[in-house]
Ligand binder design. Structure first.
Ligand code: NAP
Length: 311
């Protein structure tokens, strides 16, 4: 008999096929009567799978007294209260490293597309406007000063790419990193004052909520660009929209939003923003590798082996 698995939300289709092959998968998101669904499974479930954005609430964890592992699709586990899970004896795993390169690639794509107005120019050509005259000039990318909030795996991969563009890199995180020569700032505000491009690559959650505050946005200023590939929660979104609309911020490249998939209406009307539907890890290779880690962590748990990527 296949072991039981609780699936909180839909995952990458190939991953769900692997899970269906190995487990009896109980789909929480499809249950119409959630209470009856939970009551029927409470004593049987020892493992769950979910996605980073969806997570699993502490209240729901508490309803499965035998739950031992939550295997999370994504590196950001801000949808899961990890210390609370630990107290309940539940291990949480995520999918680090395999997505780092793709997220960094997309961060650079957003830097380039926003500053060089790639999307605007594409629309300009399609609309036949080129026939009437040249497009407005854009901003120079190479050699600009770039700041990163969160110089972790993804932040470092972004920094490496920025160096190839001749950029001077600086960063803010809680701790100064060893083994890097980039300028360290212990406050995001000072960093924003000193850079032209600010890239947010730290985790989401309470600790980083609005780390890019109104003051930080104003410090970045009318010639500055904000790029966010972290979580929508890290930016004061109304303040950012206000600054973009009123010319107090030059542009923004955004992969994540506070109430995604809802995006503030004002942003949809702006030419100086490039908007992405939370797809920084969204390549065939990376999504397959993330799914494999979800599957491998569950397999390790059921085989009584050490977990591969426990948070
Ligand atoms: P990581 O290696 O753990 O790096 C996180 C970095 O953020 C660390 O340098 C950490 O340094 C810093 N940090 C943590 N808390 C902070 C705080 N309160 N203030 C300032 N800096 C803080 O994680 P990663 O693999 O690079 O991933 C980073 C994040 O990217 C994820 O958590 C996720 O939210 C986001 N992400 C987004 C996508 C997407 O599709 N858009 C895809 C993957 C990941 P200190 O500990 O020294 O502060």
């Amino acid at each position: 008999m296949k072991p039981d698995l609780l699936l909180i939300c839909p995952l990458f289709p190939a991953t769900m096929a692997q899970l269906d092959a190995a487990y009896t998968v109980h789909r929480y998101y499809q249950a119409t009567d959630k209470d009856a669904f939970v009551a029927g499974l409470a004593e049987r479930i020892t493992a769950a799978a979910t996605a980073g954005h969806e997570g699993m609430s502490v209240a729901l964890m508490g309803k499965f007294p035998k739950l031992k592992i939550i295997s999370c699709f994504g590196v950001g586990v801000d949808g899961i209260d990890v210390p609370a899970a630990r107290k309940l004896g539940i291990a949480v795993t995520n999918t680090p490293d395999v997505l780092t390169e793709c997220v960094a690639d997309n961060a650079l794509a957003l830097v380039l597309a926003t500053m060089r107005r790639t999307v605007f120019n594409d629309k300009f050509v399609r609309a036949g406007n080129w026939l009437k005259g040249g497009a407005p000039l854009a901003d120079k990318v190479s050699g600009s000063r770039l700041g990163i909030i969160g110089l972790g795996r993804i932040g470092k991969a972004i920094a490496k790419r920025a160096e190839a563009f001749g950029m001077k890199v600086a960063y803010h995180s809680r701790n100064k990193q060893t083994g890097v020569s980039y300028d360290y700032y212990d406050k995001p505000l000072q960093l924003a004052r000193d850079v032209k491009i600010l890239v947010v690559a730290c985790p989401g959650g309470k600790e980083t909520e609005r780390i890019v505050s109104r003051e930080v946005i104003d410090a970045l200023g009318k010639d500055g660009y904000l790029i966010n590939v972290s979580r929508g929660s890290t930016v004061d979104e109304p303040a950012m929209v206000d600054a973009l609309v009123n010319g107090r911020l030059a542009g923004a490249g955004l992969d994540v939003f506070v109430a995604e998939p809802k995006v503030p209406d004002a942003l949809l009307k702006l030419d100086n923003v490039v908007l992405q539907p939370h797809v920084s890890s969204g390549t065939h290779w990376t999504r397959a590798a993330m799914g494999q880690l979800v599957v491998d962590n569950l397999a390790a748990y059921f085989a009584g082996k050490p977990l591969l990527t426990q948070v």
